[in-house]
Design a binder for this molecule. Structure first.
Ligand code: NAD
Length: 297
């Protein structure tokens, strides 16, 4: 019989992730408080459930892809208290990007109840979620990570075990701080070129074969019209929202304070994204930082 996945959070990432699980032959029951997202998921074959309790019935795996740590802790521990309701034989896999402390709490609370849980935050964006090429950065017991591969391998091409509880989130936080820094740098360089008469497509092609090449330039060009199928060419809609990048940069700064690590560029990136957020851009994709460094539509 097909194994069953209960999936919480059917947004930009969770939606396409469930499609890949369906393609791999899993039965998927899903929940999201936004009815339109439930409708969309149901149109792909996700079993619509009216409540979180209904979602977890008979699940072999419970996967969540939620905005932040408060949502995760509320769902599993404080509000819906799902850890008290999920069958003990199921494996809980939280893929949300949250503070390492939230993941440690989730995993410890699961252990107390004799249950298995890991954190598995991802990299690869909405395109990676749709293509099933995400990278998972897992934290928790090695045996649970091995077990999670049965599900994760259908949503991603890399499953890393970063270390014990919290280690996956630490890896994710470091990665996203670097991502924000090279996205801002890429936007600045493109704007400087445009302001000095260069075509952003020509400049991008040159830098891609030069020492300025990086992921933002190659896969997620922030200048409108340079690449197809990226948020910059869709009025910065879809993708990874500015408010979520602000959250991640805040997590990095909190961790840096606690570990007395000095992250001057991470701190600047947080402030620049914070200003961009205050200017009303929270719901736009994070590559819209291009608008902060120049006049584009
Ligand atoms: P999103 O806001 O599009 O989706 C999150 C969904 O979770 C929303 O639809 C929301 O209604 C739902 N939700 C909130 N509380 C819920 C609950 N209790 N039960 C069920 N659903 C609930 O955000 P997203 O872009 O899909 O990001 C999700 C997570 O993935 C975030 O932690 C983000 O940082 C991380 N992430 C996003 C990207 C990206 O490119 N978008 C990339 C890597 C990681």
């Amino acid at each position: 019989m097909n194994k069953t996945v209960a999936f919480f959070g059917l947004g930009h990432m969770g939606g396409p992730m469930t499609v890949n699980l369906l393609k791999a032959g899993f039965s998927v029951s899903g929940f999201d408080p936004v009815p339109e997202l439930l409708d969309l998921a149901a149109s792909h074959g996700v079993k619509r459930s009216a409540s979180p309790l209904e979602t977890i019935a008979g699940a072999d795996f419970v996967v969540s892809m939620l905005p932040n740590g408060e949502d995760v802790e509320a769902l599993y521990i404080d509000r819906e208290k799902l850890l008290d309701r999920i069958d003990k034989s199921a494996l809980v896999i939280d893929c949300s990007t949250v503070a390492a402390t939230s993941s440690k709490r989730l995993i410890a609370e699961a252990q107390k109840r004799g249950m298995s849980a890991i954190e598995a935050p991802v990299s690869g964006g909405v395109a990676g979620a749709a293509a099933g090429t995400l990278s998972f950065m897992c934290g928790g017991e090695a045996a649970h990570v091995e077990r999670a591969r049965e599900v994760l391998q259908h949503m991603g091409s890399n499953v890393f075990h970063a270390g014990p509880a919290g280690a996956g989130q630490t890896a994710k936080m470091c990665n996203n701080m670097l991502l924000a820094i090279h996205m801002i740098g890429t936007a600045e360089a493109l704007q400087l070129g445009v302001d000095n008469g260069l075509d952003p497509k020509v400049l991008s092609a040159i830098m891609l074969k030069s020492s300025g090449a990086n992921w933002s330039l190659e896969k997620y060009n922030p200048y409108p019209g340079v690449m197809e199928k990226v948020p910059a060419s869709n009025k910065y809609e879809g993708g990874f929202m500015v408010k979520l990048m602000c959250k991640d940069l805040g997590l990095a700064q909190q961790a840096a304070t606690a570990s007395r690590s000095y992250t001057p560029l991470g701190s600047l990136a947080r402030n620049l994204y914070g200003l961009h957020s205050l200017a009303g851009n929270d719901e736009l994709d994070f590559s819209s930082i291009q608008r902060l460094v120049g006049k584009i539509n």
